[in-house]
Design a protein around this ligand. Structure first.
Ligand code: SF4
Length: 349
């Protein structure tokens, strides 16, 4: 007999909250998109005021970082206002964009020291990349904006999802490294949305869901993450964010995921756990913090300490790592950043 967990005395609040603010996107990613996004999709039933309420509630409850995601989040008419609300509430912000088109005002927004970017890139070969995105010209546009982000010293992580056999994943990584991208993740396709091959289950999730992260969909539904959209667990328009995170259903969802996750991790091929080697080899320190995480945190720490408007000097090597390790030791290890953006896999943007 299974005993369902009771509603927790304290809400189970994730540190990282994904806000899927729109289903609209310039691309379609026909065999990949977890959200089934596209040019004809809409922004859903959440109003700008609903989103602002969610953001303020998240900050009050203890969320540390929000990710704006979609669809293409920059296509939402209130995108800038929502990012500004998150920053005003003291939250860190990540924008997961396909970087297909970036307005000048958005570059200015991305220059804020608490904003970072994430995107997806599939191949150094334009034809291969566009086979995934479904749009001609998307490779050149995204690559040019990746270069732009690097040039502007905006923290950026790029996910490469292996969508089809023979895809030039290693070459894509080398291409990204050659243009100065420091944080690169590789992942497999997950069976969600347009990539669905089997009915998705908790075995398809990464395991940080519910306790470490959650997502709010365009209709207010709360799920363990955007890939865990098949696990609806309340709605902010009905219960509010505090009501969802403090409820029995959320506790049950959180309790159900870890065991399945261990199974899922065993299923991940080694190609899916490669990380960007930087500056030498990827290592794990005595606390289990990978050099990848140290580097990302170092990048974030570097940005936070610089005066506004001053270009970020790239921080590499022991000084940054030692500083970040000290921060992590003081604060306790926690997820400092989202590893990848989900697509019908955990990528794409
Ligand atoms: S995967 Fe990302 S870029 Fe592709 S259609 Fe979906 S939201 Fe747009």
């Amino acid at each position: 007999m299974t005993i369902a967990p009771e509603a927790p005395a304290k809400p189970i609040v994730p540190e990282f909250l994904e806000l899927e603010i729109t289903g609209k996107c310039q691309l379609t990613c026909p065999s990949l998109c977890y959200a089934k996004a596209g040019p004809t999709e809409g922004h859903g039933t959440m109003t700008a005021d609903d989103w602002k309420q969610v953001i303020s509630d998240a900050a009050r409850l203890g969320v540390k970082k929000v990710q704006f995601i979609g669809g293409e989040p920059t296509m939402h008419p209130s995108f800038e206002a929502l990012v500004q609300r998150a920053l005003a509430e003291g939250l860190d912000v990540q924008v997961y964009s396909n970087l297909y088109r970036v307005k000048l005002t958005h570059w200015e927004l991305f220059a804020h020291p608490r904003v970072s970017l994430a995107t997806s890139y599939y191949s150094d070969d334009p034809a291969e990349h566009e086979r995934v995105t479904g749009r001609k010209g998307s490779h050149a546009a995204t690559r040019a904006n990746i270069v732009q982000a690097v040039t502007r010293s905006i923290p950026l992580q790029v996910g490469i999802v292996e969508v089809f056999e023979g895809q030039r994943v290693a070459e894509a990584r080398a291409d990204l490294e050659s243009i100065g991208v420091r944080v690169i993740n590789t992942d497999r396709v997950r069976s969600v949305g347009r990539a669905e091959k089997h009915v998705p289950s908790i075995g398809d999730l990464c395991g940080r869901c519910a306790k470490g992260r959650a997502a709010v969909m365009t209709d207010g539904t709360v799920t363990p993450c955007v890939l865990g959209r098949f696990l609806p667990t309340g709605n902010v328009k009905v219960q509010g964010l505090a009501g969802v995170f403090g409820g029995q259903r959320w506790a049950q969802t959180a309790a159900s995921i870890p065991a399945a996750t261990r199974r899922a991790r065993r299923m991940i091929p080694t190609t899916a756990i490669r990380r960007t080697p930087k500056p030498a080899t990827l290592r794990t320190d005595e606390r289990g913090t990978t050099s990848d995480e140290l580097g990302r945190a170092g990048q974030a720490a570097g940005r936070r300490s610089r005066p506004a408007g001053v270009p970020l000097a790239r921080r590499r090597g022991e000084r940054a790592a030692a500083h970040v390790r000290a921060v992590l030791v003081g604060a306790g290890r926690r997820c400092l950043d989202a590893p990848q953006r989900p697509g019908g896999s955990r990528s794409v943007g």
